[in-house]
Design a protein around this ligand. Structure first.
Ligand code: HEC
Length: 246
């Protein structure tokens, strides 16, 4: 028995090692899909700061409006700029060819990016831009090395430069390490305000990756209520049937 337990515990080791793997630290996004204010704020940031380059080609404006508790008129007024109709998907005017010429790469669609990357990665990425004069846009990123995207939220966050220390890696070689940041240009938002804005934006990206989740939450509540009711009825029936047996 002891041997079995040891074997079982040992078999867990590689899994644990994998789970803690990766040398990139990710901050927790702590998202909440029930928070409609946060989702609406995220949607506004998304259309203002991201939709000029990225599309969300699998999301329709009116579906988003419905899920976020907005009327078609409100969606038109607050979340749409060009002459699109509310039934259309969130596409982008920039042709793929030009995006390749400008950015050296195709700008990815963001509808399901949260499923591919995860909320914590996105939260860390959007807060991870720092000044690096060796890069074409003057910025690099803590979780996406040599990123091809400019820091589009710099007006809100401001600009920060890394504080670098030399540290030995596991082979004993000295390597530069980012140990912190120094703000060199203030943004419109304070650090906590910026973190909150990015959290709302990530919340929206997670919602967009699986809009059916919101519907499922509601269905779940009804299912539980139904089961509770069924239990009461079944219990009453059971009492009724067994009444004469005892
Ligand atoms: C000026 C154009 C531009 C704007 C505006 C822009 N991006 Fe990007 N974004 C890019 C490009 C180009 C890449 C590809 C970077 C690369 O592959 O090196 C990218 C990559 C990304 C990625 C990584 C995708 C992946 O999985 O590889 C995410 C996430 C992302 N952008 C999110 C956003 C969000 C959120 C916004 C709005 C706040 C935004 N972007 C605004 C150009 C832009």
């Amino acid at each position: 028995m002891k041997k079995l337990i040891t074997a079982f515990l040992l078999s867990l080791v590689p899994v644990l090692a994998l789970a803690s793997g990766g040398d990139v630290h990710l901050d927790k996004a702590d998202i909440d899909l029930h928070d409609k204010d946060s989702l609406r704020h995220g949607a506004r940031l998304f259309v203002n700061y991201c939709l000029s380059c990225h599309s969300a080609a699998y999301m329709r404006y009116n579906r988003m409006g419905r899920d976020l508790g907005l009327t078609d008129a409100q969606v038109k007024e607050n979340l749409m700029f060009a002459g699109e109709k509310v039934g259309e998907t969130m596409t982008v005017a920039m042709p793929a060819k030009e995006s390749k010429a400008w950015f050296g790469t195709k700008v990815p669609d963001l509808t399901v990016v949260a499923r591919a990357r995860g909320a914590d990665w996105l939260y860390s990425y959007l807060r991870g831009f720092y000044l690096d004069s060796s890069r074409p846009w003057g910025v690099n990123n803590t979780v996406f090395k040599k990123v091809g995207m400019p820091h589009v939220l710099w007006e809100l966050e401001g600009l920060k430069k890394p504080i670098i220390e030399m540290r030995k890696n596991h082979e004993g070689k000295e390597e530069p390490h980012i140990v912190g940041f120094e703000q060199v240009l203030p943004g419109k938002l304070s650090k906590p305000e910026y973190d909150k804005a990015v959290r709302d934006l990530v919340n929206f990206l997670v919602y967009m990756g699986e809009p059916a989740k919101l519907t499922r939450y509601t269905i779940g509540v009804w299912v539980l209520l139904y089961l509770a009711l069924l239990f009461v009825v079944a219990y009453a029936l059971k009492k009724e049937y067994w009444k004469d047996v005892h």
